[in-house]
Ligand binder design. Structure first.
Ligand code: MTE
Length: 304
């Protein structure tokens, strides 16, 4: 099922996990100082992607949320192997100059794939660091030609009951749906991911192509996308439809706005060891410098 696209990355661009392990061991020596620094200054700290320690392949691919394959964290790794991801195509429709069905291969032949190491913060208050391979969503939208008047982008996941045991039960109103405002979608931090650690993205992480929006809670990062629509009005989104009181359209990571049932001020990094202790959550997940201007003048406790 290999997708034959060329990635500019080679194995040499990806730091082998043993090296991360060694760096972690060295860092652990300075943990007391680091801890003090976090409590003192983290609230305003920014993410320096160079300094982020990615989680292991094992962590990233075995602890997942993908309800089409079950609601347990290990269900996707167990059940998603049966998903057929080739051939794959994405329908791009709505207010675009070039609507149509784009095959995955055709999309990949037009796009430049690069590595982006992003913090990932789930609404359930855990977090990971993932070395994604992907391209900017803006490049895909520009290829489709966004028309004047389009203000939002709506996304849909595949629904295939034969291969997705989870969609046989109505935990969510399928298909899984997500949306972004057009300026969020066009932001250079917003990517379509097609790989992790330089390898093809595993099914449980959203093969062959999923969204990643690093300043928003993880559920905005919709997996296995089959449809992208440019629309005028704010589109319905799965978690907002399921529980509008708990999940807003924006879902920006914000330590100052709690989930109605728990605090969002801190998070538990997945990965074990000394670094598993809770750490303060950063405004916009640490990407405040880059994205705060998108929300100028908006009351983020109303638009959560
Ligand atoms: N996309 C689909 N189609 N179905 C889902 O259940 N879960 C979301 C998001 N995208 C989900 C989805 C949630 S709640 C999270 S936290 C992230 O995927 C998890 O991504 P990961 O498994 O790659 O860490």
């Amino acid at each position: 099922m290999a997708h034959r696209y060329t990635s500019p990355l080679t194995a040499a661009d990806v730091t082998p996990p043993e090296l991360y392990f060694n760096r972690r061991a060295i860092l652990a020596g300075g943990v007391a100082t680091l801890g003090a620094g976090l409590i003192g200054g983290a609230a305003h700290a920014q993410v320096n992607n160079e300094e982020l320690e990615p989680n292991s392949w094992e962590d990233i691919t075995s602890y997942n949320n993908y309800y089409e394959f079950g609601t347990g964290k290990s269900d996707p790794a167990r059940n998603a192997g049966q998903l057929t991801t080739s051939p794959w195509s994405i329908e791009i429709d709505g207010m675009v100059d070039n609507p149509g069905t784009y095959s995955f291969e055709d999309i990949m032949s037009e796009m430049t794939v690069e590595e982006r190491i992003y913090r990932f913060r789930c609404v359930e208050a855990w977090s990971m660091v993932v070395p994604w391979n992907g391209f900017e969503l803006a490049d895909l939208l520009n290829m489709a030609g966004v028309q004047d008047g389009a203000r939002y982008v709506a996304f849909e996941t595949l629904v295939r009951p034969e291969e997705m045991p989870g969609v046989r039960s109505p935990v969510l109103d399928w298909p899984y749906r997500e949306g972004l405002r057009l300026d969020e979608a066009m932001h250079p931090l917003t990517i379509m991911a097609t790989g992790i650690y330089g390898r093809e993205i595993p099914n449980q992480n959203g093969a062959p192509i999923r969204l990643v929006v690093p300043w928003k809670y993880g559920f905005k990062s919709i997996k296995s996308i089959v449809r992208i629509s440019l629309v005028e009005d704010e589109p319905p989104t799965s978690w907002n439809m399921a529980n509008p009181r708990e999940y807003g359209f924006y879902s920006n990571v914000n330590p100052n706005v709690d989930h109605p049932r728990w605090s969002q001020a801190s998070e538990r990094p997945i990965g074990g060891g000394l670094f598993a202790r809770r750490q303060p959550t950063l405004m916009f997940n640490g990407y405040e410098t880059e994205v705060a201007s998108l929300y100028e003048g908006m009351d983020l406790s109303v638009y959560f």
